[in-house]
Design a protein around this ligand. Structure first.
Ligand code: ZN
Length: 625
């Protein structure tokens, strides 16, 4: 724990709390919450919530989903000791129509519900309470009521006795340093809150129109002051570099954006985007400077979301549904383009070497181009699979290992293709930065009626139309979307990467390939599901089968069996099923489809001045620092 800010506590409080909130006069009385932590070491909180002007049957619920997460999470499971009284303190009956809901009737218009909630999981989705902090994701912590979506919210956080905990949040401050507000339900749910003895730094950014915003880093960590300084220096480079991509910062509500950092070995790892804040966490120690640098990749990804997904928002996610899983066919833009820029900006900000940056993006795209899953699902369908893949758990087995590619990776691969294509078609005048600016101007910048709402979310057709606008070529935009987005084709990366002086080669040209992955403990046993269409699949091999002989020779290891073989060779194989049945078959070897990117210099070629200029324009800093 660090105590470096105790001397300056009043200054910190002023910084965090005295920024006037731009909230309009409130007509309806707010839904009022109070949360306290009688014994944080036991990982629970006590919550009291008061609903006024309640309907005859008040339907109080715990969320089943959380903004930025796409699988269902049953937060109701950690709620216990629920009670309800009315405005006069009369105890009210509670019924349970479903696992997530508490119905309250017989009240006088006011319903006050109290409950305890357990939480011991620090990340961007759950509630984590221990003796050092209370890390609150709002859907995981607070009960709400149906029909109260447009009512304002007021929350009072109670400081545990004897603690130095303070509050960091994107919720709007009030005159009381422990009480905050949200203009509506969506904004409240989107406002994770960290209470701890965190370290704080801040810096300002300015838009071309002169508006200034304060970027706050509130970081709960175990390292020295210098670690936080280095963290903030890296964060500032990233923030300015991303501002340069869009040409301006979003008008952060209340004038501030807050990084809620949690870097303690007993915490969790995550990054979760919100409108005016992000949770960035890693179960590491800032006593190790290496870990400070390692944290920057997540900072870069999450801050890009302040534009892309928080404001340039898929229509399929607006408004976010807290009762169901949220499915979006546009996750490849929301997460994939963010993934691409997260990496690219690390290079532009000088936090990652240029070669590593471009080869990382290129090799990730080549992995998509050669992945067996592309034959089953388009990137839109991969996006729609998010409720089953994004921090989702299943008891039964799936075949996602070969039928699913993450929309982060797939979307990043398409961002790379779109970027390189725009650059090549325009002789370097256009790039994906211009595409993001167009998405921003039409869909992000117009904002919403209230903080937390987005007025002009985009559809897949909008995303295609913006590409037509930027490129000035609607046939190109139609073709790109038809083949690579709705279709399952992969862009020609070898051609696209050539102007950057990147060569694409077969990973192991001429080497025999089976598509098999053997068990690590027992090299004769097939170790994973065998992907469709591979030589091993065609030979009838499947996970759990034990190879006994190849071409009459007792099997020992795959590498030994394939030595001196070549693609096209037919091998007589014998294997034993888990049932004990012995199978004889023929394995026809293929060639490893894997591709690899390398700089032209590393392959003995020469980088031309044009290629050098292309790299500079692609990977060079855009920020005026
Ligand atoms: Zn993301």
């Amino acid at each position: 724990m660090i105590h470096m800010h105790r001397m300056r506590r009043s200054a910190v409080l002023a910084l965090l709390f005295s920024i006037a909130a731009a909230t309009a006069a409130i007509a309806q009385s707010p839904t009022a919450y109070r949360i306290s932590f009688p014994a944080p070491e036991h990982h629970y909180a006590e919550v009291e919530v008061t609903f006024t002007s309640a309907p005859a049957t008040l339907e109080a619920r715990m969320s089943r989903s959380s903004p930025g997460r796409y699988a269902l999470h049953e937060y109701a499971k950690n709620v216990f000791e629920v009670r309800a009284v009315d405005g006069k303190g009369k105890v009210l009956p509670i019924t349970r129509p479903n696992p997530y809901q508490w119905n309250v009737t017989g009240h006088d218009g006011t319903v006050r519900i109290t409950y305890k909630i357990f939480g011991n999981h620090v990340d961007g989705t759950y509630l984590g309470i221990d003796s050092t902090h209370a890390h609150m994701n709002i859907p995981a912590t607070f009960m709400w009521a149906r029909g109260f979506d447009m009512r304002p919210v007021r929350v009072t956080f109670v400081q545990p006795a004897g603690s130095n905990w303070r509050v960091a949040t994107q919720l709007f401050p009030t005159d009381d340093p422990w009480t905050f507000t949200a203009p509506n339900f969506q904004y409240f749910m989107d406002s994770p809150t960290e209470m701890s003895d965190f370290g704080v730094r801040s810096f300002k950014v300015k838009n071309p129109d002169g508006k200034e915003f304060t970027i706050i880093t509130a970081v709960h960590h175990d390292g020295p002051d210098s670690a936080l300084d280095e963290y903030v220096a890296g964060t500032e480079k990233i923030v300015r570099e991303q501002g340069a991509i869009f040409g301006e910062f979003p008008e952060f509500d209340g004038g501030t954006y807050t990084f809620l950092g949690d870097y303690v070995p007993w915490g969790g790892g995550d990054g979760m985007e919100h409108r005016n804040s992000t949770v960035v966490a890693s179960p590491t120690s800032f006593k190790n400077p290496q870990m400070v640098r390692a944290a920057m990749g997540t900072v870069s990804h999450e801050f890009f979301h302040a534009w892309n997904v928080e404001r340039i928002r898929p229509k399929t996610l607006e408004p976010f549904n807290f009762e169901e899983a949220n499915m979006s066919g546009e996750m490849w833009i929301a997460e994939g383009f963010t993934q691409y820029y997260g990496g690219l900006v690390m290079g532009r900000a000088g936090l990652r070497p240029a070669d590593q940056t471009m080869l990382g993006l290129a090799n990730s795209a080549l992995g998509v181009a050669t992945h067996p899953a592309r034959q089953f699902r388009s990137v839109v369908q991969m996006s729609q699979y998010a409720p089953f893949s994004d921090a989702a758990r299943s008891v039964d087995e799936t075949n996602a290992s070969y039928s699913f590619i993450s929309y982060y990776t797939y979307g990043s691969a398409l961002a790379l293709a779109m970027d390189l294509e725009l650059r090549a078609r325009s002789n370097g005048k256009l790039s994906l930065d211009h595409y993001m600016q167009a998405m921003w101007k039409t869909h992000g910048k117009p904002g919403g009626a209230q903080p937390g709402l987005v007025a002009k979310p985009f559809t897949q057709d909008d995303a295609r139309d913006r590409l037509a606008e930027v490129s000035g070529d609607s046939a190109f935009a139609r073709d790109f979307f038809a083949r690579f987005v709705e279709g399952r084709e992969a862009p020609d990366y070898a051609k696209l990467l050539a102007p950057a002086g990147i060569v694409v080669r077969k990973r192991s040209a001429g080497a025999p390939w089976t598509g098999l992955q053997m068990d690590r403990q027992n090299a004769a046993t097939v170790g994973g599901l065998v992907p469709f269409g591979t030589p091993a699949f065609e030979a009838g091999l499947e996970e759990g089968d034990v190879l006994t002989s190849i071409d009459g020779v007792a099997f020992t290891a795959l590498a030994a069996a394939l030595k001196d073989r070549k693609p096209g060779d037919k091998l007589a194989i014998e294997f034993r099923r888990p049932s004990g049945a012995v199978v004889k078959s023929t394995l026809t070897l293929g060639e490893d489809p894997g591709l690899q990117a390398a700089t032209i210099e590393s392959t003995g070629g020469t980088l031309t001045p044009e290629q050098k200029a292309f790299r500079e324009s692609w990977l060079g800093s855009k920020a005026k620092q």
